[in-house]
Design a protein around this ligand. Structure first.
Ligand code: 1CP
Length: 358
């Protein structure tokens, strides 16, 4: 390992490496044929809990696309399963719980579960790290692995609804109907998510991302009072690595998302990065925000859009190029590889763009 810092870590520290770092949320899995081969005959959660399989799938997109980071192949439901909660990931649907958490008694029963043994996670991160330590990124000789967890609200939204939902009405009602149960539920989710993050960092993750995918469904006052403190508790469980905090539809919450304890804010595709930077006061590194729909819009439209994202991102102190949400399952992998090549060929900062044009 050299002392040169990989572009991802430079950008998350608010600096402008020569080459813009790029990775994609949900890059592991979904659209890759080698992913489907590695998972053959295994359920989603089985694949997550077999260290060799999880490590292999984690590294696949780095080998194929030359992205500047791996994201650990797992799921936000894994820490719940490790804690002994009856959850399955149904193909084509997502997480489904045997028993939704609806009443004060349900919450009491849930929070009696201790976070489980993270050994399969620790082992998988170690195996992935061993390979990534030899894969260059920019001028560095190694590629970082990003650990992640679901934010307490997003986990609670699944636990209370019992399955994916659009508006998270039952969860948002519980928040006000029974604030004491809400506090116990979110506090427990913060504890298991925090333990999951810590296990990944201790095994070698070089950065972490907290996914609050459904935070955008909240009013700002509810987010600040009933959600952000628990996200902060989950993020506070780790130290010594940069922390990215991402949500979708959070244009109205960006400073609050940052203030929950993030070093960088993930911006979904709805808010242009120059506007996000203005909302954040120009001091926070950003991650995002190519619209996933553009991956299927043809190369001319996609490349023009990606250039626009990069140009708007120059306003921020650091920029990690990513999508504004996950890779759709139907994405042509070659389009992702070409997008990585394009981003790597673009100037890393407004200054080098101006020098190039001069
Ligand atoms: O490539 C990667 O990003 C790493 C692996 C990863 C991550 C970071 C997976 C694999 N899931 C996640 C996070 C995750 N899981 C989130 C947060 C990010 C986001 O908003 O996209 C959420 C909300 C989930 C829950 C979940 N798990 C869903 C969404 C359901 C819904 O409500 O719409 C789904 C479909 C899953 C299953 C899943 N997780 C990961 C994969 C590859 C799959 C599909 C497996 C299959 O269908 O067989």
């Amino acid at each position: 390992m050299t002392t040169t810092v990989p572009p991802l870590l430079e950008a998350l520290a608010g600096r402008r490496p020569r080459r813009l770092p790029v990775w994609f949320m949900r890059q592991a899995g979904r659209s890759l044929p080698e992913y489907r081969a590695a998972r053959e005959g295994l359920t989603m959660l089985e694949s997550c809990l077999r260290p060799q399989v999880a490590a292999e799938i984690t590294v696949q997109p780095v080998r194929r696309h030359r992205v500047d980071a791996a994201i650990f192949f797992s799921d936000i439901m894994v820490p719940l399963r490790l804690a002994g909660v009856a959850v399955e990931i149904s193909p084509g649907i997502g997480p489904v719980f045997e028993k939704p958490v609806r009443s004060a008694d349900d919450v009491r029963e849930l929070v009696a579960h201790e976070p489980g043994d993270p050994q399969p996670v620790v082992e998988a991160v170690r195996l992935a790290r061993a390979e990534l330590d030899g894969v260059p990124s920019g001028d560095a000789s190694w590629t970082p692995l990003i650990g992640f967890a679901g934010a307490p609200f997003t986990l609670a939204a699944y636990l209370v609804e019992g399955k994916p939902s659009r508006d998270h009405l039952a969860a948002r009602a519980l928040m006000h109907a029974d604030p004491a149960s809400w506090d116990a539920l979110l506090g427990w989710c913060a504890r298991v998510s925090g333990a999951f993050l810590r296990a990944q960092v201790e095994a070698g993750a070089a950065a972490v991302q907290l996914f609050d995918s459904w935070a955008g469904s909240l009013r700002r006052d509810d987010y600040v009072a009933h959600v952000a403190p628990y996200s902060k508790a989950a993020l506070d469980a780790v130290s010594g690595v940069p922390k990215i905090h991402f949500g979708t539809g959070t244009g109205h919450l960006l400073p609050d998302v940052r203030d929950a304890g993030a070093d960088a804010v993930g911006v979904d595709y709805r808010t242009p990065l120059d506007e996000a930077n203005r909302l954040l006061g120009g001091a926070t590194p950003l991650q995002g925000n190519v619209d996933p729909a553009m991956l299927a819009a043809g190369w001319d439209a996609l490349s023009a859009h990606a250039r626009d994202v990069v140009t708007r991102g120059y306003a921020a102190p650091g920029h990690v190029v990513n999508l504004g949400h996950g890779v759709p399952e139907t994405t042509d992998p070659d389009v992702l590889t070409r997008l990585v090549e394009l981003v790597h060929a673009l100037p890393g900062s407004a200054k080098s763009a101006a020098e190039g044009a001069a």
